[in-house]
Design a protein around this ligand. Structure first.
Ligand code: NDP
Length: 235
């Protein structure tokens, strides 16, 4: 997948990691970048085409797909973290996470898959998280959504292989954006994550692990859960 000369569409491009994707795509010579957001007036990047796109709204998705028939690189970035626990948290907020990060990107993929096929196969990059693979007390519902989005990514990859569409999964730990503003921990700069992701797409990789934490979490899946979650082992 050659990013130079590509026609890319980014969801949630008005801030955070999505905004960085739009900037870097331009920098790497994409022929056209559709920067999309729920409110397109909130996009402040010179040189992009702005489009309205709410990934939870079927009419909005259909309108964006009609307005951008030349896309060959789709970046599903939009996301939300409601910081809910499963047993006591607000179910409506959990549904919103799944709508935004599971059914949303799947609906966007379904709308754009024919264009990707028409335009030579192209690529889809799904912005997942190390939390596809671990739970965190205080944000367990987010992990549910990201784990399901990972399954969507794997399934869509199988289904679109016959079209020649590359489907790449991006995983990483905390990144310095609004989403993590309330957490005083080490965070990756969005530029580092986006560089790793676009290098991975360019190289045709199925998975990008953008930091040591995501590599550690993935490796830990091979072990017994008691090693990763010692606090859950009965005394
Ligand atoms: P931000 O909170 O900074 O940005 C979230 C973006 O998603 C905004 O552009 C927001 O738009 C958009 N968005 C939310 N809901 C919708 C919707 N229904 N339709 C369209 N756009 C929507 O978060 P990040 O930039 O950090 O997150 C980007 C992605 O990276 C997400 O998928 C997130 O889960 C993932 N991620 C983030 C990590 C982090 O530590 N920050 C770590 C691992 C993964 P609006 O301005 O309208 O709200």
């Amino acid at each position: 997948m050659d990013i130079t000369g590509s026609v890319a569409l980014v969801t949630g491009a008005n801030r955070g990691i999505g905004r960085q994707f739009a900037l870097d795509l331009l920098e790497r010579g994409a022929a056209k970048v559709y920067a999309t957001a729920r409110n397109p007036h909130s996009i402040d990047i010179p040189g992009v085409r702005t489009l309205a796109l709410d990934v939870t709204d079927p009419a909005s998705i259909a309108a964006a797909a009609a307005a951008a028939p030349d896309v060959n690189l789709l970046i599903n970035n939009a996301g939300v973290s409601a910081h809910q626990n499963l047993v006591t948290g607000d179910l409506a907020k959990m549904h919103a996470e799944v709508d935004t990060m599971v059914w949303g990107p799947l609906s966007v993929i379904r709308a754009f898959a024919p264009a990707l096929e028409r335009n030579g196969g192209g690529a889809i990059l799904n912005v997942l998280s190390a939390m596809s693979w671990f739970s965190y007390d205080g944000a367990n519902s987010y992990a549910v959504a990201k784990a399901a989005e990972w399954a969507v990514t794997n399934g869509v990859r199988l289904e679109l292989a016959k079209h020649g569409t590359l489907v790449t999964a991006l995983h990483m730990g905390a990144v310095d954006t609004d989403m993590m503003a309330g957490f005083d921990i080490d965070k990756l700069p969005p530029s580092e994550v986006v560089r790793a992701a676009l290098d991975g797409v360019q190289a045709g990789r199925l998975e990008v692990l953008a930091d040591d934490w995501s590599r550690h979490v993935k490796a830990a899946l091979a072990g017994d859960p008691s090693a990763f979650y010692p606090q859950t082992v009965p005394a």
